[in-house]
Design a protein around this ligand. Structure first.
Ligand SMILES: Cc1cc2nc3c(=O)[nH]c(=O)nc-3n(C[C@H](O)[C@H](O)[C@H](O)COP(=O)(O)O)c2cc1C
Length: 216
């Protein structure tokens, strides 16, 4: 299948290949751009098996590891949650919901992603001490790692969804359930699987409203 964008970019490709060395003109990657212009998440609850094998997940994790990070601190790490871990975490979320006095609905909402999930990668924000790189930049980088992982999974043909939920912010849950240290936080939980049905597109931002062009 050829995307409309590919057709649009195609005439430039040969010129670029010929001229690139001399003129340093842009060298477009139409397939990558077509992906970026059309990418969208798939709701986690609509994801089912098949899921990526460990071997199929490796390039996705490798792509996420190419996330920009000021000072090469690598302020993130990954935890791959497989089926048995999902069951354990679903039970822990229910236990924590009850201990925290949440009503049944809130408790179940927090547990749901682990009840239905088949495979997910937790992106852990793991800040490193640095005099040069402010904490906020390390937090941004962890968020960027979440998007890189999400996009790599989508680009590999899987459905994927970035979730959080109250358990991901509950210290007891993340420390006992996921093994995080006291300084670490969950940046995102990226569920990966096969979508049952394509969701409708959601509204996208009005570029004029969010973009300011400054020329002086
Ligand atoms: C930090 C973060 C946390 C999120 N947590 C949830 C969540 O817990 N539940 C949910 O339904 N959506 C959550 N979302 C939104 C979903 O990822 C949503 O599907 C996504 O924003 C759709 O974007 P896309 O179609 O552009 O990929 C979260 C998004 C972000 C960035």
């Amino acid at each position: 299948m050829r995307w409309a964008f590919e057709v649009e970019f195609a005439p430039f490709r040969d010129d670029v290949a010929l001229n690139n060395k001399e003129a340093h003109v842009p060298d477009p990657n139409p397939a990558a751009m077509a992906f970026m212009l059309s990418r969208r998440s798939r709701p986690a609850k609509s994801l089912q098996r098949p899921i990526p094998s460990n071997a199929e997940l490796l390039p996705i994790l490798t792509a996420a590891g190419r996330t920009p990070d000021h000072g090469k601190l690598e302020p993130w790490r990954f935890i791959v949650l497989q089926s048995a871990a999902m069951d354990r975490l679903a039970a822990l979320a229910r236990e924590r919901g009850e201990a925290l006095g949440y009503d049944g609905e809130k408790t179940e909402k927090g547990a749901a992603q682990f009840v239905t999930g088949e495979l997910a990668v937790v992106v852990v924000e793991a800040q490193k001490p640095s005099e040069k790189v402010p904490a906020i930049e390390q937090i941004y980088s962890a968020g960027a790692a979440c998007l890189a992982l999400l996009n790599a999974a989508l680009a590999s043909g899987w459905g994927a969804n970035w979730l959080s939920g109250w358990p991901s912010h509950d210290r007891n849950f993340v420390e006992t359930g996921l093994g995080l240290s006291a300084q670490e936080r969950v940046a995102g939980i990226i569920h990966i699987g096969t979508e049952k049905a394509a969701p409708p597109e959601r509204p996208r931002p009005d570029l004029d409203a969010i973009t300011t062009w400054v020329d002086a």
